[in-house]
Design a protein around this ligand. Structure first.
Ligand code: SF4
Length: 280
């Protein structure tokens, strides 16, 4: 059995950076809180908690406390509220996500309607919306796109959640171009996502079985799985080695393995060890 591991598997730059900032902060400060999960992975969340950082769901009192801002960012009013409550802020927002905030703000000042292509409930998208003064138009899926609503827009700018499917975004961009005269397009899918998606468009075709590793709450892992499944029905999404089933590898000669941007290498190593046990 050959196991082919994707070059792009595992932590992206933004996640690595956020974890490093979190652990350094935990070394130097007491009473650190993070609003929600620092990244979408339960193993990483546990590690962060073990380092002394407490996950909270709402801001209450910030005196003598440090608030760590997660990799996907938060709304501006959340940061302002935290400051008012007395929190010291340590910002671990990925610089690529901050770049999206910057584009959105600049384009809004040019009186353009902001169009966001992304998952409406995702933390990153909520953070982008929370940096705007105006109400953006959100496009979640192609089939939810209202041509009538788009036709009414004269001047717009489209930005993209960093982990969206590149092919889907190209199709939505083409539709927007057909109907909006003054339109600026910013493909803000990040480099890591592009590299991961490029690999996942070939690996499922080159391997008998495809294993995608990542938390069920991870949007980018979900995307990798959906693309893999559309190319090879023997694609499986696991959050750890315990989710693997021996039957998946019956008669398989090669297995492709990739992991989402918030999946730690130790989880990927554990999954690979288990695959070897099943196929020994
Ligand atoms: S997926 Fe991209 S934008 Fe998101 S945290 Fe990672 S590097 Fe940053």
């Amino acid at each position: 059995m050959i196991i082919n591991v994707a070059k792009s598997a595992g932590f992206c730059f933004g996640v690595k950076r956020a974890i490093k900032i979190a652990l350094e902060t935990a070394r130097d400060h007491d009473c650190i809180e993070v609003l929600g999960d620092i990244v979408h992975n339960e193993h990483v969340a546990k590690d962060i908690n073990a380092a002394g950082i407490k996950k909270i769901t709402r801001l209450v009192r910030g005196k003598n406390k440090t608030l760590l801002i997660r990799a996907h960012g938060v709304a501006l009013k959340t940061i302002e509220k935290a400051r008012r409550l007395g929190y010291r802020i340590i910002d671990a927002t990925c610089p690529m996500v901050k770049g999206i905030h910057h584009i959105a703000n600049t384009m809004e000042k040019q009186h353009r309607t902001i169009i966001i292509i992304g998952d409406k409930n995702h933390a990153e998208v909520q953070g982008i919306i929370g940096h705007l003064k105006s109400k953006p138009l959100l496009i979640d899926e192609e089939h939810t796109l209202s041509i009538a609503a788009i036709k009414k827009i004269k001047r717009a700018c489209a930005i993209v959640q960093s982990t969206q499917d590149m092919e889907k975004v190209k199709r939505i961009f083409a539709l927007l171009q057909q109907h909006i005269q003054d339109l600026k397009l910013f493909n803000t899918i990040c480099h890591t996502t592009k590299a991961k998606q490029n690999e996942i468009r070939t690996m499922p075709l080159q391997n008998d079985v495809m294993i995608i590793i990542g938390s069920k709450t991870s949007a980018n892992t979900k995307r990798l799985y959906e693309i893999a499944k559309s190319l090879n029905r023997k694609s499986h999404w696991v959050s750890s080695g315990k989710d693997l089933r021996a039957g998946w590898f019956k008669n398989a000669v090669s297995v492709g393995v990739t992991a989402g941007a918030s999946t730690p290498d130790y989880t990927t190593d554990e999954v690979i060890r288990r695959i070897r046990q099943y196929t020994a």
